[in-house]
Design a protein around this ligand. Structure first.
Ligand SMILES: Nc1ncnc2c1ncn2[C@@H]1O[C@H](COP(=O)(O)OP(=O)(O)OP(=O)(O)O)[C@@H](O)[C@H]1O
Ligand SMILES: [Mg+2]
Length: 875
C-alpha cells in the first residue's frame, strides 16, 4: 500500500500558503499513506507530487495552479465519474482518501470546510460500480493466539455487513485466507507467517488490543458472547471493526448493519487449500480466468444474493452427513417438482441485492428508489412462501417458516414512498399523498396557488382586453405577465415592470407577487418536509436491518437450492448416496470438461477395497481429467449438489489434496521441485483415511531416477501408513508393478486407439497398467524403420526393468554409457556426428533422451521423422 505523503517542498513553506492549500496539506499529512483527492467544486484535485502521481497513473493532464504562494502542479478528475479513476488507483496499489466539501460554499466565511469522508481501499470499496454483484469483497484481520489456537482470522464485507471469524492452527487459518481471498488484510503484531494474496495494509497495533476490541465488538454485534471466549478471535474482530470505521470515516452510526458476527469452526467444512481450489478449478481456471470453472457451470442463480451464497457453499463443502442430506433432500424435492422450482426461481428473479441495499440504508446513502427496490423484494416473499407451501423436505419447510414477510416494513414503504420516485431525495416527488397531513397542506397551498396562476391569464386578458397577454414563469424572475410592445398602452396601473425584452415587457401585480411567495414558500417547505419524512422512513427501515439481513440470507439459500436442482435437471446429474465405505462412481463425468467436449466419455471409479489406484496412459488420454472428476464429484456431493454420474456412493471426505507435478503446473509459474516436495510433505503429514489425494505426475521435477524412487516411496507410504483414497497418475511405468504387488492398490489405464493412421484417444479408463509402448507404436505407425523402433522397444524394456530393480540410479546415464562408448567424457557433439560410427550412438541417445510420456503425438512424430531422416542419410 502506498501513499504519496504530504508533498514535502510545499509543506515546508506552510505559513505562506493560501488557506485552501493549507487545508489540503493538513489532510495529506493526516492521511499519510493515502492519495488525497480534494474536492474543489465539481472536481477532485491533487496537487504537487500527488498531482504528478495522479496524472501518470490516471493518464490525465497535469495542469498547474497559481496563487499567492506560487505555481504548482495540479491534476483533477470530475467527481461524476470518479469511480473508475479510483479503481485505477486502487489497482495500482494506492489507497485513496476522499476529501469532500462538507459545507455549502455560501455558508463558508473563509475557505469551505473539507473532511475525509472515506478512505477507499481494495477491501473496503462501497461504490456499486467498483463491486462485482456476484462476489464478496472481503477485508481480513489476523491476530495471533495467546494460548490454544495459533491464530484467528476475521472477515468483513463492508458492502453487505457479512462478518465472520474463526481460529485454529496456522494451516487452517491459512486455508481460510485461501478460500476467502480477501482483497486486503490487516494483521496484528503477533500474527506472522501467513501468505495472503490480498494487499497488506499496516494498521495501528493498538486496534488489536483486547480491551478496545471488547468494547467495540460489544457496541456492534448483538452476539458478542460468540467470540469473547477466544482472545485471538476477539482481537481480530475488534481490529477489523476499527479498520472499517477508519476507512468509512464513521463510527458505529454509519456501520450499524454490521450487527452480527458469525463464528464458525473450520472443522465443520471439508478442507480445501489453495492448491486444491486451483487445480480443481473451482473458482478460477488455471490461467486465472473465470471461464470453464466449477462455479461457472453451477451458476444459474436467479439473484446476486444467491450467486454469492453459491460461492460460499462451494468454498466450504460440509462434512456432516446429516447436514449434507438435508440439502440433498431439498434439492431432490425441487428436481422432482418442477413447477415449484420454477415458481421459486421466478420469484427470486424479482429480488434485488437487498444485502447491499440495507447496508446503504444504514449508512444513510440509500435513495427512495432503493427503498422501493427493497419493497419489491419483500413483496416477493409472500409469493415464495406460497410457492413453497406444501414442501416436505426439512430444509425447504424450515426456510419457508423462517421467512419473515415483513408486512410492517413493506407497508411503511408502500404508504410513504411513491411508486416511481426520482433519484434525488431533496427535491420532492418522493412522499405519497395522504402519508403526512402537514405535507399535504403545503402541497395543497402550492396547488391552489398554481391554479390561481393558471387562471390568471384568462382573467387578465378579460380585464385588460389584451388578447396576446401571457402569464409565465422563469427561474430567475419568478412569475410574470407578459405584454407585447404594441399593447403597452393598455397595461393597468397595478402592473409593476419586472423585465424588458425586445418585443415585450414583463410585469407583476401585488397579488401575483404574494401568490408567488406563497407558492415558492410552500414548495420549499414541502420539499424539505419530504426529505425529513424520507429520512424518518429510511431510519425506520434501518432499524430493521437485522431482520432484513435474515430474509436476505434465506432468499440466498433458497436460490442456491433451487439452482442446484435446476442444474441437476439440465445436466442430468443424480443424487449421490453419502456415508458409503469408499468411493464408487458409475459413469462419472467431469462437470466442466463435459460442457466443452462434444462427446465426453463417462468413466467408472471404484476405490473401495482397493483405495489406491495408479493411473497410466499416453499424454492427452484423460488421466488428469479423470482424477479431477472424482474429486469434483465428491466436492459437489458434500456441497449438497447432485453429481454428474449415473450413480455415486461416497464416503464423506475430510479433505481433498491435490499435487500436480511440475510438468502440469508450469503455466502457473509456481512449480519448483522444492514446492512440489513441500506440498507432498503436507499431504503425507496431514492426509487421513478420509482424505482424497490426487497425485498427478509427482516426481516430475527432478531426475528420472530420483523421481521414480520418490514416486515409489510415496506410493508405499500412502498405501501402508495413510490409507487415504488416492489416485496417482504417473509416467513412471515401474509404478504399475508396485501397484500390482500392494494388496490395496490397483492399476488403471487409459488407451489410445491406434487403428488406422491417426491416433485417437478413447478417454475410457480400464483395469490394469498401460502397456507403456504407445510412443513406439506411434513411431511404427508413422513408418519409422523397424531397426529403430525395435531398438527403442528394447531400450524401453530394459529401462523399466532397471527401474524396478534399482530405483535411485540414473538409468538414462547408465544406458548411455552401456551403449555408447564415445559418449562418456565426449562433450563434442559436432565431432561425434562427423564420424559414421558415432551416429548410431547419437540416434540412440536422442531416442533415450526423448521424454515420450511428455510428448504430444505430433512432437513424437516430428522427432521420429528427424531420426528417420538421419538414418536414411547414412544408408
Ligand atoms: N472422458 C473424456 N471424454 C472426452 N474427452 C476427454 C475426456 N477426458 C479428457 N478429455 C479431453 O482430453 C484432453 C486431455 O485430457 P487430460 O489432460 O486429462 O489428459 P492426460 O492424460 O492427463 O494428459 P497428460 O499426460 O498430458 O497430462 C482434455 O483436455 C479433454 O479435452
Ligand atoms: Mg495430465
Amino acid at each position: 500500500m502506498q501513499g504519496t505523503g504530504p508533498p514535502a517542498k510545499m509543506a515546508e513553506r506552510r505559513e505562506e500558503l493560501t488557506p485552501m492549500m493549507r487545508q489540503y496539506f493538513e489532510l495529506c499529512s493526516e492521511y499519510e499513506d493515502a492519495l488525497v483527492l480534494f474536492q474543489v467544486g465539481d472536481f477532485y484535485e491533487a496537487f504537487c507530487e500527488a498531482a504528478e502521481v495522479a496524472a501518470r497513473r490516471l493518464e490525465i493532464t497535469l495542469t498547474s495552479r497559481e496563487d499567492s504562494s506560487g505555481e504548482y502542479p495540479m491534476a483533477g478528475i470530475p467527481i461524476d465519474n470518479a469511480a473508475s479513476y479510483v479503481e485505477t488507483l486502487l489497482s495500482a496499489g494506492y489507497r485513496v482518501a476522499i476529501a469532500d466539501q462538507v459545507q455549502e460554499p455560501e455558508e463558508a466565511t473563509g475557505v469551505v470546510d473539507r473532511a475525509v469522508t472515506r478512505v477507499v481501499t481494495p477491501g473496503t470499496v462501497l461504490d456499486d460500480e467498483l463491486l462485482s454483484a456476484g462476489s464478496n469483497t472481503y477485508v481480513a484481520s489476523l491476530a495471533g493466539g495467546e494460548s490454544g489456537p495459533d491464530a484467528a482470522v476475521a472477515f468483513v464485507d463492508v458492502s453487505t455487513g457479512e462478518f465472520r471469524v474463526t481460529s485454529g492452527p496456522h494451516g487452517t487459518v491459512q486455508d481460510e485466507l485461501d478460500r476467502f481471498r480477501p482483497a486486503e488484510y490487516v494483521a496484528g503484531p503477533d500474527a506472522e507467517g501467513f501468505d495472503v494474496e490480498g494487499m497488506h495494509t499496516p494498521f495501528e497495533a493498538d486496534a488489536f488490543g483486547r480491551e478496545s476490541a471488547c468494547e467495540r465488538l460489544g457496541a456492534y454485534v448483538s452476539n458478542p458472547e460468540a467470540v469473547v471466549e477466544n482472545g485471538a478471535e476477539l482481537r481480530a474482530c475488534g481490529a477489523l471493526l476499527a479498520y472499517a470505521e477508519y476507512t468509512q470515516s464513521a463510527d458505529r452510526g454509519g456501520l450499524e448493519y454490521i450487527s452480527r458476527v458469525t463464528r464458525y469452526d473450520t472443522r465443520e467444512g471439508m478442507r480445501l487449500d489453495r492448491t486444491a481450489l486451483r487445480s480443481l478449478e473451482v473458482f478460477e481456471n488455471r490461467e486465472g480466468g473465470d471461464d470453464h470453472t466449477l462455479v461457472g457451470v453451477l451458476d444459474d442463480t436467479a439473484c446476486a444474493l444467491g450467486r454469492r451464497e453459491l460461492v460460499h457453499w462451494l468454498r466450504r463443502p460440509l462434512v456432516d452427513a446429516g447436514a449434507i442430506e438435508r440439502r440433498l433432500d431439498a434439492v431432490e424435492e425441487l428436481t422432482r417438482r418442477s413447477l415449484v422450482r420454477e415458481e421459486v426461481r421466478e420469484g427470486l428473479r424479482e429480488v434485488y441485492d437487498i444485502e447491499r441495499l440495507i447496508a446503504r440504508v444504514s449508512r444513510g446513502r440509500a435513495n427512495a428508489r432503493d427503498l422501493r427496490s427493497l419493497k419489491t423484494t419483500l413483496d416477493a416473499v409472500p409469493l415464495l412462501r406460497e410457492a413453497l407451501a406444501d414442501c416436505e423436505s426439512d430444509a425447504l419447510a424450515e426456510r419457508r417458516a423462517a421467512l419473515d414477510e415483513m408486512d410492517d416494513v413493506r407497508g411503511l414503504i408502500g404508504r410513504a414512498i411513491v411508486d416511481e420516485p426520482p433519484i434525488e431525495v431533496t427535491e420532492g416527488g418522493v412522499i405519497r399523498e395522504g402519508y403526512d397531513d402537514g405535507l399535504d397542506e403545503l402541497r395543497e397551498t402550492e396547488r391552489e396557488g398554481r391554479e390561481w396562476v393558471a387562471d390568471l391569464e384568462e382573467a387578465e386578458r378579460e380585464r385588460t382586453g389584451i388578447d396576446s397577454l401571457k402569464v409565465g414563469y422563469n427561474e430567475v424572475h419568478g412569475y410574470y405577465i407578459e405584454v407585447t410592445n404594441p399593447n403597452l398602452d393598455r397595461v393597468p396601473d397595478d402592473y409593476t415592470r419586472r423585465q424588458t425584452l425586445k418585443n415585450s415587457e414583463r410585469f407583476y401585480t401585488p397579488e401575483l407577487k404574494s401568490r408567488e411567495d406563497e407558492i415558492l414558500g410552500a414548495t420549499e417547505r414541502a420539499d424539505s418536509r419530504e426529505y425529513e419524512l424520507f429520512r424518518e422512513v429510511r431510519d425506520a427501515v434501518a432499524a430493521e436491518a437485522d431482520r432484513i439481513q435474515r430474509v436476505a440470507e434465506l432468499l440466498a439459500e433458497l436460490d442456491v437450492l433451487a439452482t442446484l436442482a435446476a442444474v441437476a435437471v439440465d445436466r442430468n446429474y443424480s443424487r449421490p448416496a453419502l456415508g458409503a465405505e469408499g468411493i464408487t462412481i458409475e459413469a462419472g463425468r467431469h462437470p466442466v470438461v463435459e460442457t466443452t467436449e462434444p462427446t465426453f466419455v463417462p468413466n467408472d471409479t471404484d476405490l473401495t477395497d482397493e483405495r489406491f489406484a495408479v493411473v497410466t496412459g499416453p499424454n492427452m488420454s484423460g488421466k488428469s481429467t479423470y482424477m479431477r472428476q472424482v474429486a469434483l464429484v465428491c466436492l459437489l456431493a458434500q456441497t449438497g449438489s447432485f453429481v454428474p454420474a449415473d450413480d455415486a456412493a461416497l464416503s464423506v471426505l475430510d479433505r481433498i489434496f491435490t499435487r500436480v507435478g511440475a510438468s502440469d503446473d508450469i503455466a502457473g509459474g509456481r512449480s519448483t521441485f522444492m514446492r512440489e516436495m513441500t506440498e507432498l510433505t503436507e499431504i503425507l503429514h496431514s492426509a487421513t483415511e478420509d482424505s482424497l489425494v490426487l497425485l498427478d505426475e509427482v516426481g516430475r521435477g527432478t531426475s528420472t531416477a530420483d523421481g521414480r524412487a520418490l514416486a515409489r516411496a510415496v506410493t508405499e507410504f500412502v498405501h501402508d501408513e495413510v490409507g487415504a483414497f488416492t489416485l496417482f497418475a504417473t509416467h513412471f511405468h515401474g509404478l504399475t508393478d508396485v501397484a500390482a504387488e500392494l494388496p490395496r492398490a490397483r492399476n488403471l489405464h487409459f488407451t489410445a486407439d491406434r487403428s488406422g493412421e491417426a491416433v485417437s484417444f478413447v478417454h475410457s479408463v480400464v483395469e490394469g497398467p498401460a502397456s507403456g509402448s504407445y510412443g513406439v507404436d506411434v513411431a511404427r505407425l508413422a513408418g519409422v524403420p523397424d531397426r529403430v523402433t525395435d531398438r527403442a522397444r528394447e531400450l524401453l524394456d530394459g529401462d523399466d526393468a532397471a527401474a524396478g530393480a534399482t530405483p535411485g540410479q540414473d538409468d538414462h546415464a547408465d544406458r548411455t554409457r552401456l551403449t555408447n562408448g564415445h559418449a562418456a567424457g565426449n562433450g563434442d557433439g559436432e565431432a561425434a556426428t562427423a564420424e559414421g560410427g558415432a551416429d548410431d550412438a547419437d540416434i540412440e541417445r536422442a531416442l533415450l533422451e526423448a521424454d515420450i510420456a511428455r510428448m504430444t503425438p505430433l512432437e513424437a512424430l516430428n522427432r521420429l521423422d528427424e531420426l528417420q531422416r538421419r538414418v536414411e542419410e547414412r544408408q
